[in-house]
Design a protein around this ligand. Structure first.
Ligand code: CAA
Length: 259
């Protein structure tokens, strides 16, 4: 598939995925979602990709939300469909078995913040702004913002942000645990790459297990403690585990095959 709204590049095992609609502040229209899904089902699963870095094109926005112009005259049914489809695609990202980090380089509003929250970890530049301004448009968030914001920062503060539609600065987002680090914009990609490289040195099988266990905590009807028992046990049958333990015993660095 040729991507028109997303830039992709694979370098040093990192898949760089850049939402590329800078004139619309990288607003997420239908085409972006189609391309996002394609990236995560066709490109990101390739062996040469070990991790994914998502960012926005330009210096102003990560993504300023769902494309308001596109849904302005939607019916109730179309609204439900838009929401369900967005949630489905963001769930693919959240449960993807390789680390996905958002490098939030500017506005992360509405669907843009929901995209960042579907990623496993978030880093931000100091000009980044976060919010769920949907109530100012007469809608609730639709791509699981009410759920993931509450999971990430707790009910009280999340409800306030969701009800007021307020925009918060990166430093405040850091204080709430919405992002893990804040830095000047020129350092954002390098710092994100450093974090990804640290993760990529670990066992890919174990890292995938961690993603699954953490997701289990938030999945209805799934016992995360049991998931952990399963994932932990499974590791004992992997080459990664043999390599990791052998490297430890022989006082050398592990070189994980990812199997
Ligand atoms: N959808 C469509 N277009 C958008 C957009 C969006 N979410 N956000 C920005 N744009 C467009 C603007 O319309 C403008 O286009 P034109 O030049 O053609 O007029 C261009 O991007 C630049 O935007 P501004 O001129 O508004 O830039 P600014 O610096 O003055 O303001 C901003 C920046 C505060 C982010 C402002 O653009 C804004 O408030 N954007 C909307 C944010 C928002 O409400 N997001 C939630 C969307 S709803 C949603 O996401 C629902 C969901 O959960 C599923």
């Amino acid at each position: 598939m040729d991507y028109e709204n997303i830039l992709t590049e694979i370098r040093d095992s990192i898949l760089y995925l850049t939402i590329n609609r800078p004139k619309q502040l990288n607003a997420l229209n239908k085409a972006v979602f189609t391309e996002l899904e394609n990236v995560f089902t066709e490109l990101a699963p390739k062996d040469e990709v070990k991790s994914i870095l998502i960012t926005g094109s330009g210096e102003k926005a990560f993504a300023a939300g769902a494309d308001i112009k596109e849904f302005a005259d939607f019916s109730v049914e179309e609204g439900k469909e838009l929401s369900a489809n967005g949630q489905r695609i963001f769930k693919i990202i959240e449960t993807f078995k390789k680390p996905v980090i958002a490098a939030v380089n500017g506005f992360a509003l509405g669907g843009g913040l929901e995209l960042a929250m579907a990623c496993h970890i978030r880093l931000a530049s100091d000009n980044a702004r976060f919010g769920q301004p949907e109530v100012s448009l007469g809608v609730t968030p639709g791509y699981a913002g009410t759920q993931r914001l509450t999971q990430l920062i707790g009910k009280g503060k999340a409800t306030e942000l969701l009800m007021t539609g307020a925009m918060i600065k990166a430093e405040e987002a850091l204080k709430f645990g919405l992002v893990n680090y804040v830095m000047p914009q020129e350092e954002l990609i390098t710092k994100t790459e450093e974090l990804l490289k640290t993760i990529m040195k670990q066992s890919p099988v174990a890292v995938a297990g961690v993603i699954q266990c953490v997701d289990a905590y938030f999945t209805d009807g799934v016992d995360g403690f049991k998931t952990e028992v399963e994932e932990f046990g499974k590791c004992f049958g992997t080459e990664d585990f043999r390599e990791g333990t052998d490297a430890f015993m022989n006082k050398r660095k592990a070189n994980f095959p990812g199997k």
